[in-house]
Design a protein around this ligand. Structure first.
Ligand code: XMP
Length: 510
């Protein structure tokens, strides 16, 4: 097994998941417990994760130096590399240039003219994903530089004799080229692990549901997305008619969404479904709310109050949710990680509610959930359906949510989806949508000045939610989207395309 020391990175758990994909077990431990845990667990390798702190700040998180004397192969990633640099006698300093998102690493050969074992069979130039400010400016004794970027001299280094490696980029995120191969080199070739684990995910989930729900009744909150659908489907297989699914029409869904959901769940998956009209509840609760975090809290609370009201009628005390790991980590799921946003179904839930929460997918990623859906024979259109956030269009509408703004956004959004489907691109991308930016801008129509709305279009690709790149949509598709929005959605005078990666931006605008 491999021990991962968690310095609070958004992607620590993703490292564990990648190791699981290699068929090897891992355990995540805290830096302050690292030495004790490593002595107890006797792992074949140690990975030091990334993290938001600075190694020389007051808040610096470090480990007991003795772990580097145990002779266990060690890989430091991002902040983990800085920990190695600092603690083993080198120097870390703030970088002149921040690198967030894509960068190119050029790998060096070792003095023997061969690639280091960590980079065996890896090309010399790689597009990788970075997210850092500080960097190692002087290597510890015995280390040699193994790669650099335009902004970072030591983007990779190693003491191959001691089997200690540091890399500045994140091999665990799918946007880093050959990331999984680099982790494979570390875990299998350097640490000598044997891939043993099988994947018995569905059986494990069902056992968990059996244990958590027992003979009780449960309700499941469906959003129409794949996560809650898979959670409901597996729960239904375990407890049958003791499950009731709720779908709340918040008024912040896409055009046609509610009908589609009803059709899929009632007619195709044949789940027991109650549809609740919550439009008024949500619009009233969101009146005057502008701050995105407050919006999410209000939405989380409104959802749960509606569920409480409806569950009481049935006599159910268990609420099954389709929360997945990225929701948990972005809402601050580990001791040292930063809060990015409070996903409505995690931190957005009020502390006091009348439910026991059961979250069978809490440790999984979206692509794993999609695989479970395929194995469970879900209708294919459900598996490839774009992700839609629980708070719906509220987080794609900057400022106060009103019926009028929602109506403009819905019509613009429908055009984006129609044109992307027409171009045959829908299934190739993670999600595409329109954003009501709330910015007023000047236009000219029929020789008249028109002061109207600015709509932003975003199309992104991702695999596991933690990182994403914007889609290079063909110009003619972008042109068609823009032309149709400004002519068919009268209130809009300007359309822009969002060309930001995650990081530094998140996928949703709020
Ligand atoms: P961000 O914007 O955090 O989004 O990069 C990552 C993925 O999560 C979805 N998302 C949410 N899903 N409740 C959800 O169920 C939420 O509060 C929420 N916020 C974001 C988002 O659509 C994207 O696919």
């Amino acid at each position: 097994m491999i021990v991962i020391v968690d310095f609070g990175s958004q992607t620590t758990h993703l490292i564990g998941r990648r190791i699981r994909d290699l068929g090897v077990k891992s355990e995540i431990v805290l830096p302050q417990d690292a030495f004790k845990s490593i002595k107890k667990l006797a792992p074949r390798g140690i990975i030091l994760s990334g993290g938001p702190a600075s190694v020389f700040g007051k808040e610096a998180l470090l480990v007991d130096k003795a772990i580097f004397e145990l002779g266990i192969p060690t890989l430091g990633i991002c902040y983990g590399l800085e920990v190695l640099g600092q603690m083993l006698g080198g120097k870390v300093a703030p970088g002149k240039k921040k690198e967030y998102g894509p960068a190119y690493v050029r790998l060096n050969r070792t003095s023997a003219g061969k690639p280091a074992l960590l980079f065996k069979d890896i090309p010399d130039k790689l597009r990788v994903w970075m997210s850092h400010f500080d960097q190692v400016v002087k290597l510890p004794k015995g280390m040699i530089g193994l790669g650099s970027t335009n902004a970072v001299k030591y983007a990779a280094f190693a003491d191959e004799k001691k089997k200690i490696y540091g890399i500045m980029f994140h091999p665990e995120v799918h946007h880093t080229e050959f990331g999984q191969e680099i982790l494979n080199n570390f875990v299998i070739k350097i640490c000598g692990e044997n891939p043993l684990l099988g994947t018995k995910k569905i059986e494990e989930i069902k056992d968990y549901l059996k244990k958590e729900i027992g003979e009780d009744k449960a309700v499941c909150a469906l959003s129409g997305g794949i996560d809650s659908s898979v959670a409901a489907f597996l729960t239904y297989q375990v407890i049958g008619k003791k499950l009731t699914c709720f779908y709340v029409d918040t008024g912040m869904m896409r055009i046609g969404e509610t009908d589609e959901v009803i059709n899929t769940f009632k007619n195709k998956l044949k789940l027991p479904l109650v549809v609740i009209d919550g439009k008024k509840d949500f619009l009233t609760a969101l009146k005057g709310v502008i701050d995105p975090e407050e919006k999410r809290a209000v939405i989380g609370e409104t959802f749960i109050r509606i569920f409480e009201r409806e569950a009481k009628k049935i006599g159910a005390k268990i609420l099954v949710q389709g929360t997945i790991y990225p929701d948990v980590i972005e809402s601050q799921g580990t001791k040292h990680s930063h809060k990015i946003k409070t996903h409505h179904n995690v931190g957005g839930i009020p502390e006091k509610h009348g439910f026991k929460l059961v979250e069978p997918l809490r440790m999984f990623y979206k692509d794993e959930v999609r695989k479970i859906a395929v194995e469970s024979k879900f209708p294919p259109e459900m598996v490839t359906r774009h992700v839609f956030p629980g708070p719906g269009l509220a987080v794609r509408l900057i400022g106060e949510v009103t019926e009028k703004k929602l109506d403009i956004l819905k019509r613009a959004d429908a055009i984006v989806i129609e044109e992307i489907k027409r171009a045959g691109l829908y299934d190739q991308i993670w999600m595409a949508f329109a954003v009501f930016t709330g910015v007023k801008t000047t236009g000219v129509t029929g020789d008249e000045r028109k002061y109207g709305e600015l709509i932003a279009v975003r199309a992104i690709e991702s695999k596991d939610t933690m990182t994403s790149d914007w889609v290079r949509l063909p110009y003619d598709v972008l042109a068609k989207i823009s032309e149709r929005i400004v002519t068919e959605v009268f209130e809009v005078v300007r359309v822009v395309y969002d060309i930001t990666t995650k990081p530094p931006a998140t996928m949703e605008w709020e």
